[in-house]
Design a protein around this ligand. Structure first.
Ligand SMILES: Nc1ncnc2c1ncn2[C@@H]1O[C@H](COP(=O)(O)OP(=O)(O)OP(=O)(O)O)[C@@H](O)[C@H]1O
Length: 661
């Protein structure tokens, strides 16, 4: 457990302050190297880890705070640096420097942020060189602003807003925030300068001052170490550099509209910060308290930095002016309280490897445990509380009985320590193995589900192709056999529409598969969130409400893809019934068409028979030397091979024929 480290920095007196005070006397009295008081306020003394006076340089602040924070992050610990203080006390000067641009390492006035970038990449290069490339680092940067309880993405040119989320794997995170990979200090400067420029632009367009918002530059420092066993050790540190809004209480009197909301939100986030600190201090003193991290975006985002898994530094910036003594005393009281908070920083470490590698590792560790047990019975402790996980590469030698250089108690202690380490590694490897097995089973389930769905889709596709083929054949037959104008244009259009629908259903299969996969994942994510969230204080809606909302979303998306009605979206048998109905409907339609075709064939046959009779009659009439009237009728009958007139014509001919014979 480490206390939050607090550094105090007094900036030089400004000209305005000199004009107001008409004196150069400082409100802050230095009692010792790291002890100060504000005599004009109360007689209390404030003790900090470091106090920088008016002459304190940017480099000295970096050595006291930045260098140490970076060193811990390189090892895999989370780190946070907060700059706290009233408006104009020097927070931005300390964090960023005197300018918005950096000219590189020769700019004496550059602040902690650029110096941290430089040191970070120097150390990364050293570490990578030391391990001959077995250790690789990867850094990602994002930069946000919290204003009026809204999070703005400063690396997005439009500084769009983002939501904060929490899950068991990632903890609290900003959903969809821009993250840029940075490989050297220049790339990191560039990210920071761009974000700062966006901040100024959006502040101007929204008519606000940066002192009224909190800015957080976030670095994720990931390291991958290739082990001899084939496993990969992954460490991930989060490094937050925070420039807080001015800590003075915003006046609500005579304020309205946007300004009132702004002032209320600044007060809210800073008072929540104060409340969180008070609760943590009480907890440190053995009291039972609930810590309201969720009461403001700032405290929720930086939850780990306050009483959690982080090495945290607070820089309390103050003005030396007598006219600001009350605010200075307030800042120092805040910092003094914060110093009592105890964080528990641990290296964020994980192992990655395939199942045979992990099994081999477990086997190796089991052999080691067996060796240790056979040499000397040891009592198992609670585990290493230092928080640093020993590398599985470290060779664990079983202590040999009668080692002349070591006493019995030394040997026991060493055996115990090695046993604990081995046990820890064994647990880690087994956990990884179980996790891998779980994942494997999960993927197998997904594959099975997809396979089932694919088979169903194939069957449906075949059926639809068959229907399409039949319809095409029928249409072709109708076209061949039907008299011109027999199939009405409306029927034709309906048939065409149906064909288009069937074709789009067939071509929609890939869309459907993507959607199905995504739906499976969304349902799984939901299950995961509810399984892993603490029931109380999780802030989540009721699970049934969330499930209903998700199903609604899925069906809305299905509609928007125009698949609803053609294809069921959910791989659920009930929904597939819809498709079966559709196929049945199509079957009915085919039956109707077949009926019509039979009728038509019958008509054509009867016309042919009629025509044959007409032909025969005509020949007989011709043989008897029929008059002109009869020839004309024969001509017109020839023109009406098919059609409604045929039978009437035949009737006329029959009548004439019977009159003649
Ligand atoms: N240590 C210092 N040495 C010289 N000048 C300083 C120092 N600290 C601050 N200043 C100057 O004081 C002024 C106010 O500082 P700065 O803008 O950093 O304050 P701030 O606390 O960030 O204010 P705000 O809350 O409004 O953002 C600036 O002009 C800055 O250059």
């Amino acid at each position: 457990m480490d206390n939050i480290q607090v550094f105090m920095r007094i900036r030089p007196l400004s000209e305005d302050e000199y004009k107001r005070d008409r004196s150069t006397e400082s409100a802050v009295r230095m009692l010792a190297d790291n002890v100060v008081s504000i005599p004009s306020q109360r007689s209390e003394n404030f003790t900090f880890d470091f106090v920088g006076d008016e002459a304190c340089t940017q480099e000295e602040v970096f050595d006291a705070v930045g260098r140490r924070a970076v060193e811990r992050c390189i090892q895999g610990y989370n780190g946070t640096i907060f700059a706290y203080g009233q408006t104009g006390s020097g927070k931005t000067f300390t964090m960023q420097g005197a300018r918005d641009e950096f000219t590189g390492p020769d700019d004496e006035l550059r602040g902690l942020i650029p110096r941290c970038f430089e040191h970070l990449f120097t150390r990364i290069a050293e570490e990578e060189a030391r391990t001959n490339g077995r250790l690789k680092y990867l850094c990602r940067a994002s930069y946000i602003e919290i204003y009026n309880e809204t999070i703005y993405d400063l690396l997005d040119p439009l500084t769009r807003t983002c939501a904060m989320r929490e899950d068991i794997k990632r903890g609290v995170f900003i959903d969809g925030v821009t993250e840029e990979t940075v490989q050297d200090p220049n790339e990191a400067y560039d990210v920071f300068v761009r974000g700062t420029t966006n901040r100024h632009v959006s502040a101007t367009s929204m008519n606000r001052e940066s002192s009224r918002s909190h800015s957080v530059l976030m670095l994720v420092i990931q390291s991958l170490t290739q082990m001899d066993t084939g496993l990969t050790e992954i460490r991930e540190a989060r490094f937050n550099l925070v420039d807080l809004a001015g800590s003075e209480r915003q006046k609500l009197a005579n304020t309205s509209g946007m300004r009132l909301k702004e002032a209320a939100n600044i007060n809210k986030s800073l008072s929540t910060l104060g409340n969180v600190i008070n609760s943590l201090v009480d907890i440190g003193n053995g009291k039972s308290r609930h810590v309201n991290y969720r009461d403001s975006k700032l405290t929720f985002l930086l939850r780990d930095s306050l009483g959690g898994n982080s090495v945290t530094f607070i820089i309390a910036n103050v003005s030396p002016a007598m006219c600001n003594d009350a605010e200075t005393a307030s800042t120092l009281r805040f910092a003094q309280r914060a110093k009592m908070i105890r964080n528990k920083a641990v290296v964020n470490q994980d192992m990655q490897g395939n199942v045979p590698q992990l099994q081999a590792e477990i086997q190796r560790l089991k052999v080691q445990i067996a060796n240790l047990r056979s040499v000397r019975p040891v009592s198992v402790g609670d585990g290493d509380s230092s928080g640093v996980v020993l590398s599985p590469n470290s060779t664990l030698r079983a202590p040999s009985v009668g080692d002349p250089l070591l006493s019995d108690s030394d040997l026991t202690e060493r055996a115990n320590k090695e046993h604990r380490t081995t046990q820890f590694l064994l647990i880690l490897a087994m956990r990884k193995l179980r996790e891998t097995e779980r994942q494997k089973a999960r993927y197998a389930e997904i594959i099975l589900e997809l396979q089932k769905s694919l088979n169903r889709q194939r069957r449906q596709q075949q059926q639809q192709k068959m229907v399409l083929k039949l319809k095409n054949a029928e249409i072709a037959a109708l076209r061949r056999n039907a008299p011109i104008g027999y199939v009405t244009s409306a029927e034709n259009a309906a048939l065409r529409e149906e064909i288009t629908e069937l074709q789009s259903a067939i071509s929609a299969q890939p869309d459907y598969t993507d959607l199905l996969l995504e739906n499976i994942h969304m349902r799984e994510d939901l299950e995961y969130i509810y399984e892993n969230s603490a029931t109380q204080d999780s802030g989540l809606p009721k699970k049934s409400d969330a499930v209903a909302a998700l199903e609604m979303l899925i069906s809305t998306r299905a509609c928007s893809m125009d698949l609803q009605g053609i294809f069921p979206i959910i791989p659920d048998d009930n929904v597939y019934l819809g498709l079966e109905d559709k196929i049945k409907e199509a079957q009915h339609h085919i039956n109707d068409l077949e009926l019509q075709r039979d009728k038509l064939e019958f008509q054509i046959n009867s016309i042919e028979v009629d025509w044959q009779s007409v032909n025969d009659g005509a020949h007989k009439l011709a043989a008897t030397g029929a008059d002109e009237e009869i020839s004309e009728i024969i001509e017109s009958t020839m023109d009406c091979i098919v059609g409604d007139q045929a039978r009437d014509t035949w009737q006329t001919i029959s009548t004439l024929y019977s009159r003649h014979y």
